[in-house]
Ligand binder design. Structure first.
Ligand code: FES
Length: 181
């Protein structure tokens, strides 16, 4: 009864802020950052702007991957998350879980369900990501813990991050060159 195809799924949902992981610190993080969902919405525009502004700022072709600017480290406090669109159009969430000053403070997860491609969203009250298409459930680290994604052992894709000179960069698929324009 919930065989909604990805094309039929609501496409206007913005990825909700993630409560990324940590080890024991994750629960502390979740407790302290109860307002992450709201904060994420506020800073979402930073990610979108950064994706556009930094699109070609840090190119490093490597097997179809490029490093692009994501945010200034100082602009994302612990407990905050931002929505990010890659140059090739992928949507993901970048969240800060620690404050050591490096890329390890952050986690970047795809907002696309690995089951059939619907948009997942963060449910703050349940501390989980949820995919409404077939009731897929993911923990704050993006691991499938319910629905077809659990059955299939699927997780939200994660993205490499690195920090240089106070700036956070993310490795993503390179945009298709010479495509239909
Ligand atoms: S698309 Fe089926 S659970 Fe997400």
């Amino acid at each position: 009864m919930s065989d909604v195809q990805p094309e039929d799924a609501p496409s206007t949902q913005e990825p909700e802020p993630a409560h990324p992981a940590g080890n024991d610190t994750r629960r502390d993080f979740l407790g302290r950052a109860g307002g992450v969902a709201l904060i994420g919405g506020v800073v979402a525009s930073y990610g979108s702007l950064a994706a556009v502004a930094g699109r070609f700022m840090f190119p490093e072709p490597d097997g179809g991957k490029v490093w692009v600017y994501a945010a200034r480290l100082a602009d994302v406090a612990v407990g905050q998350a931002l929505s990010f669109s890659t140059p090739s159009g992928a949507r993901l969430t970048i969240a800060r879980t620690k404050d050591t000053g490096g890329a390890e403070d952050f986690i970047a997860l795809s907002s696309v369900c690995p089951h059939l491609g619907c948009q997942v969203h963060w449910e703050e009250q349940n501390d989980r990501f949820f995919c409404p298409c077939h009731n897929g459930v993911f923990d704050p680290e993006g691991r499938g813990i319910g629905g077809p994604v659990l059955d299939a052992g699927q997780s939200l894709a994660s993205y490499p991050l690195r920090a240089e000179n106070g700036l956070l960069f993310i490795e993503v698929d390179a945009p298709v060159q010479g495509g239909a324009a």
